[in-house]
Design a protein. Structure first.
Length: 279
């Protein structure tokens, strides 16, 4: 598809940003729907974040995604925050409004839930119990999404007990802190297990979590998508649990931003998954 001088432009801002699959994802949709537009990588050092964000409307950008390490720092730079971003404490999407102002959004929660609904349709979240591993920004998004979907109790465990307790207080009374050394003992009555840490990612050690007490009905998911099947997911699948990889969350969380920038609500399909994976 030919890009003209009237092309709509957005991108992904991070440091580094070369690993991001978002350009491959959004440019697939632009081609798929015949939109005159482009989505580009924006490598921005942390000390240049404010200048880069404020330059977006001046350069004609419709907005951008934010990745590590900018998601929290950007909250102090944008002009307004949506409810989800304010609650979660991080931004992953910036929209340039018609007047040039910047709105910060967080689409991690709906992206996570949409991935579960598509990949594990038999899982009923209303009234369910979950365990979340990790207490960082990804955990906040996942927890917010689970609560909105009707999960009644979320057990939370992280290697740093202080972070676990602080995050549990933020989502009281839904979140119950679990000491790291007790994490495997608290799996016996859950419907969903979620790893939100980087453990299991390429170059990182695997998540050390015995699954002996996990109910056969429980769904296991991981926000990591490189590799597509982490050791946690492989162990869960081998014992018969339904597993959901993290790529779907990446795909679904991108939908609202694409719609805001390019005016089309895109579909998440199997063909899209294969394209993003380079298959």
């Amino acid at each position: 598809m030919t890009i003209t001088g009237k092309a709509l432009v957005a991108g992904v801002m991070g440091w580094p940003v070369g690993h991001s699959r978002s350009p491959r994802l959004h440019n697939y949709w632009l081609e798929r729907y015949g939109i005159d537009g482009a989505y580009v990588p924006l490598p921005v050092r942390p000390e240049h974040l404010q200048a880069a964000l404020r330059a977006l409307p001046k350069m004609g950008f419709r907005g951008c995604n934010l990745t590590v390490p900018h998601k929290e720092a950007a909250m102090e730079i944008v002009d307004r925050l949506d409810t989800a971003a304010r609650h979660i404490g991080a931004i992953n999407t910036v929209v340039v409004e018609a007047d040039g102002s910047l709105t910060g959004r967080n689409t991690d929660a709906p992206g996570f839930i949409a991935n579960l609904q598509q990949s594990a349709p038999r899982l009923r979240l209303d009234g369910a119990t979950a365990m979340v591993i990790g207490a960082g920004g990804a955990a906040r998004g996942v927890i917010a999404g689970l609560i909105e979907a009707g999960v009644v109790e979320i057990k939370l465990s992280n290697r740093t007990q202080e972070k676990t307790a602080a995050l549990a207080r933020s989502f009281d009374p839904y979140v119950l802190p679990v000491r790291w050394e007790c994490r495997a003992d608290r799996l016996d009555d859950i419907d969903l297990l979620v790893n939100t840490t980087s453990l299991g990612m390429e170059g990182q050690p695997p998540l050390d979590l015995p699954l002996d007490g996990l109910p056969p009905k429980a769904v296991v998911t991981d926000v990591v998508y490189a590799p597509l099947e982490t050791e946690l997911l492989a162990k869960a699948r081998a014992r018969g649990n339904v597993t959901v990889d993290g790529l779907g969350m990446l795909l679904h969380q991108a939908v609202p931003g694409f719609q805001a920038w390019f005016g089309k609500t895109p579909e998440v399909t199997e063909e899209l998954r294969r394209h993003v994976l380079g298959l």
